[in-house]
Write a protein that binds this ligand. Structure first.
Ligand code: HEC
Ligand code: HEC
Ligand code: HEC
Ligand code: HEC
Ligand code: HEC
Ligand code: HEC
Length: 282
């Protein structure tokens, strides 16, 4: 009996060694795996099944390294002979930046990690308005997140992800316009609010106490960052006090006289890349 256990024990060790060897090396793809491990659950390829592989991955720290041991380092099949790339046909296969968040065009949400697409959802928010604003310079991911250099970047998911993105403000949020007011940008996840940030008014003649609500597209409009939020008149003033060259009789059709590279006489932006770019253009 003992001999039998020893025999099986050694067999298991041997089998494990072979499997680990196969997993770590891409050299021999022709070796067929033992049938026992071809046991993906029923529904594994079906997005509407609770056993769908996408759900499994989301519930297991978004870790794809296990998949690679059988499906190959480049996901083309490896020892499993079953490629991920037929379905995940974008560059880098499943590691494509739009697989888990974003949509067919952008890596940023809409389509949060949990599948939400509404701007009222925390993971979605006003990403699109910041990336492609109708009247402000386009922001990049690094304006609000750490620079992610590839899927395996340690700043990306990491070994123990908390399931949501981290906010790290880039230099634009700290701009001062050369004035004495120093922004100290903060992100409050509970209220979904971004405050003390240059872009939203923390500068000399800006509305220094203004805040933007990430999940409320209507919370930011003309007059909220500088000017009068009640009337929507953008003429800079500090607590109702105008300082030259800005006067109370001005409105958005007056700005062009001095800020003509940014805005025209109808109050329409002629070059939105010059607005909220960290510089006064006049
Ligand atoms: C039969 C087609 C098919 C194959 C093969 C396939 N996938 Fe998928 N995968 C999908 C579909 C469909 C989705 C869901 C896409 C969506 O929700 O827009 C998905 C989603 C995912 C996601 C996103 C998970 C999430 O919750 O957002 C990851 C990661 C992923 N697959 C990895 C892999 C890996 C790794 C392989 C190969 C080992 C693989 N897939 C093979 C069809 C496939
Ligand atoms: C122990 C080896 C092994 C591991 C680990 C493994 N797979 Fe597989 N997988 C296979 C084999 C073998 C097949 C082909 C046989 C089958 O369909 O069951 C397969 C098939 C699949 C298919 C179906 C392909 C199709 O065309 O329908 C998907 C999807 C898939 N795997 C995704 C994954 C994902 C995602 C992971 C990581 C979470 C993963 N696999 C981890 C061995 C493995
Ligand atoms: C397998 C799914 C998956 C893929 C593929 C993926 N991401 Fe992510 N990404 C995540 C998850 C999960 C988070 C949240 C991280 C956390 O929990 O800390 C995230 C967060 C981010 C963030 C927010 C900052 C942070 O890390 O907290 C950025 C930016 C980002 N990803 C960029 C990318 C880029 C660029 C690529 C392509 C190179 C990519 N992602 C591919 C799952 C993925
Ligand atoms: C204006 C700031 C800003 C910019 C620019 C920005 N993000 Fe985000 N991002 C956020 C905020 C705020 C959240 C929500 C953070 C939280 O959940 O605490 C977030 C969340 C995310 C998430 C997690 C979504 C989820 O489901 O929880 C991903 C992924 C992400 N961002 C990727 C990107 C990528 C990729 C880019 C660039 C293409 C980008 N972001 C640009 C502010 C920004
Ligand atoms: C008569 C010329 C003139 C007009 C008209 C004018 N501006 Fe200005 N604006 C300036 C000058 C000059 C500066 C730079 C002042 C400085 O750096 O102290 C400036 C600075 C600013 C700033 C940055 C304030 C700061 O804290 O440094 C904002 C915001 C601004 N203008 C908005 C507007 C808007 C909105 C309008 C139209 C309602 C407008 N301006 C009309 C000349 C003008
Ligand atoms: C998200 C906050 C925000 C909103 C909303 C906003 N601005 Fe500004 N605006 C700024 C900041 C910050 C500056 C300081 C200079 C810079 O960075 O461009 C500025 C500067 C300006 C200037 C001076 C020219 C320049 O250099 O940009 C004009 C003109 C101006 N804004 C007009 C408007 C008008 C008109 C509206 C409403 C349609 C508006 N702004 C809404 C943040 C905002």
């Amino acid at each position: 009996m003992k001999k039998l256990i020893l025999f099986y024990g050694m067999f298991v060790v041997l089998l494990a060694t072979v499997l680990v060897y196969q997993g770590c090396s891409e050299l021999d793809n022709s070796v067929t795996l033992a049938p026992e491990i071809r046991n993906h659950a029923e529904g594994w390829s079906n997005p509407s099944s609770a056993n769908f592989h996408g759900i499994y991955i989301a519930n297991n720290k978004w870790n794809l390294s296990g998949c690679k041991t059988c499906h190959g380092g480049d996901y083309s099949g490896g020892t499993s002979g079953s490629s991920c790339l037929g379905c995940h046909s974008n560059s880098n296969g499943p590691e494509n930046c739009r697989t888990c968040h974003g949509n067919s065009e952008h890596a940023n949400p809409p389509r949060a990690l949990n599948g939400d697409t509404l701007t009222t959802s925390l993971g979605v928010g006003v990403h699109m308005s910041h990336r492609f604003s109708t009247y402000g310079a386009a922001l990049t991911c690094e304006d609000c997140h750490r620079d992610i250099n590839g899927f395996d970047d340690p700043n990306h998911i990491g070994p123990d992800p908390d399931g949501h993105a981290e906010i790290f403000f880039g230099p634009r949020a700290y701009d001062t316009l050369g004035g004495p007011i120093r922004p100290d940008p903060t992100w409050d996840r509970n209220t979904a609010t971004c405050s003390n940030v240059y872009c939203h008014g923390t500068f000399k003649e800006g509305n220094v106490n203004a805040a933007g609500i990430w999940t409320d597209q209507g919370s930011v409009y003309c007059g909220t960052c500088h000017g009068d939020p009640n009337t929507g008149n953008p003429t800079p003033q500090v607590n109702g006090v105008f300082t030259q060259p800005h006067y109370s009789f001005m409105n958005e059709t007056s700005c062009y006289v001095c800020h003509g590279s940014v805005i025209n006489g109808q109050g329409n932006f002629v070059d939105k890349e010059l607005h909220v770019n960290g510089e006064v253009n006049y």
